[in-house]
Design a protein around this ligand. Structure first.
Ligand code: SF4
Length: 488
């Protein structure tokens, strides 16, 4: 049996852990540890270990309901795009910088821009944007006080080793998030505004994240705290190249989030959607609703390296090679440029071919890679972290009403990529177990306007009235869904 070995990064989150993918000549994929990777020293979380499953479903090209090769799919996409109006394009950063740039060039040809699906930027003055860019992870280890608004174990697992190193170096760690963390010295469930009580200074670090459903108020308030106290912000992001996609954007001011794009489709303001390795069915909290909305489009064109749910309802799917085989680079959440050893250029060639079919110039990997270097020099030049923005007026992050019961998503790599996970339970607090008289080892019944389901539960110190889930549930209508819970 012959085997090809690729040096690549895990697509699970913006930490960008390095690893090897071994691919047999029969197409079987296995993962091997890349101990020389400075990001993770060969370690991987459960998602990284399960990449063979992630890569097991190969994408096939199709056009108008028929399987087809790349050329036919590109021609079908071009014929739909010629004369199409009200086009939106989305690439959240699940592919290389080079493919993202090729997609941006295609957007220019179509007279539009590429949205990265993270709407927070559009709500912030541009001078705040550099503060959302990553800082070296080693700075986490050297911080004196760390405030966490994420659950690193669930959301960004390889961050845990940085936090443990910080703790060994004497850092005082406060978890302000929804779950209690054993590694924290204090667990306080604070709103961003309440960070003002924590006596932060320039030796302090606040770790949070931005993703397609982040409340802009949360980030505005943390930027204000950073301005007032001199504390630094490390902003994690969910996708392997979210950082690259954000830094490459020519202007972040008009960036539409995935929810805004879906609302635009519902209103009829967007009739054609072109996706690059970005799946609204996976990104939206309510999967069945997302499918209904996408079916309203006149044209749904997908360029994809994996067989994700949106492909099933797309008019055209242009299939490209899996991520680990692509020639290209990624920028992780600390701003580090990482490179795949693969030499695949199917994705860039397909986008270039589509550009030519639309009457514009084509391009090759060398040209888009050159553009990457020009852009990076510009963004590196803007990496001045001394706050130069003004204090922002901002609203408050909505507090839960007394007595209300809500189901909340804890976004994590398994959830973003609809990958199977063993964690088939919800988290709720002891008070709820008592008041609902739940039986040990039993289930809790959850009711929302979308229906009812029984779930196994675990007891955790979560906020009163909150039920947390690390999996998408069919009864959820949003990131936070009002529900009724009862014993069963
Ligand atoms: S921490 Fe993130 S990048 Fe690293 S293995 Fe897990 S999901 Fe992949």
């Amino acid at each position: 049996m012959k085997e090809s070995i690729y040096t690549t990064v895990c697509p699970g989150c913006s930490i960008g852990c390095g690893l090897y993918i071994r691919e047999s000549d029969k197409g079987a994929v296995s993962v091997d540890f890349l101990k020389s990777s400075p990001v993770n020293l060969g370690k991987l979380c459960r998602f990284g270990m399960r990449l063979p499953h992630y890569y097991s479903r190969l994408v096939s090209g199709k056009a108008e309901g028929q399987d087809c090769g790349t050329e036919d799919a590109v021609r079908a996409a071009a014929s739909r795009l010629k004369g199409a109006g009200k086009i939106a394009m989305l690439s959240v950063g699940n592919t290389t910088c080079e493919e993202h740039i090729a997609f941006m060039k295609l957007a220019e040809t179509l007279g539009t821009v590429v949205h990265t699906g993270i709407p927070v930027y559009a709500q912030l003055p541009p001078e705040c944007h550099p503060h959302l860019e990553g800082m070296p992870f080693i700075d986490i280890e050297n911080a004196e006080k760390i405030v966490l608004f994420i659950d690193p174990y669930v959301q960004y697992p390889l961050l845990v080793r940085r936090l443990l190193a910080a703790k060994r170096n004497g850092a005082y760690i406060i978890s302000a998030g929804r779950t209690e963390l054993h590694l924290a010295h204090e667990n306080r469930k604070l709103s961003p505004e309440q960070c003002a009580e924590l006596d932060l200074d320039s030796g302090s670090l606040i770790i949070t994240d931005v993703h397609p459903h982040t409340d802009p108020c949360h980030i505005q308030q943390l930027l204000n705290i950073a301005l007032d106290t001199g504390a630094r912000l490390q902003v994690m992001k969910p996708f392997v190249n979210s950082e690259g996609a954000d830094r490459l954007a020519k202007s972040r001011a008009g960036m539409m989030g995935i929810s805004q794009i879906m609302s635009g489709i519902e209103r009829g303001d967007i009739r054609t959607l072109v996706l690059l390795d970005s799946d609204p069915v996976e990104l939206m909290p309510d999967t069945s609703r997302a499918v209904e909305v996408l079916k309203k489009l006149e044209d749904l064109i997908v360029i994809s390296s994996r067989d994700s749910p949106v492909n099933a309802i797309a008019d055209v799917v242009i299939a490209t090679e899996p991520l680990y085989r692509k020639k290209g680079t990624f920028i992780n959440a600390e701003g580090k440029l990482q490179e795949n050893s693969g030499q695949g250029i199917d994705g860039i060639d397909a986008i270039s071919m589509l550009s030519r079919e639309l009457g514009a110039d084509g391009f090759d990997h060398r040209q888009v890679h050159g553009y990457l270097h020009e852009r990076m020099i510009e963004t590196l030049a803007s990496e001045n972290r001394k706050p130069e923005y003004c204090r922002m007026e901002c609203g408050t992050v909505p507090a839960q009403q007394n007595g209300a019961c809500t189901l909340e998503y804890m976004y994590n790599p398994f959830m973003w990529f609809s990958q199977p996970d063993d964690n088939g339970f919800v988290l709720l607090d002891r008070g709820m177990v008592k008041s609902l008289r739940l039986k040990k080892g039993g289930t809790v019944r959850l009711d929302s306007e979308k229906g009812s389901m029984d779930m196994r539960y675990k007891v955790e110190k979560v906020p009163e009235g909150t039920i947390l889930t690390g999996r998408k549930l069919p009864i959820a209508t949003a990131t936070v869904t009002k529900i009724k819970a009862e014993g069963c």
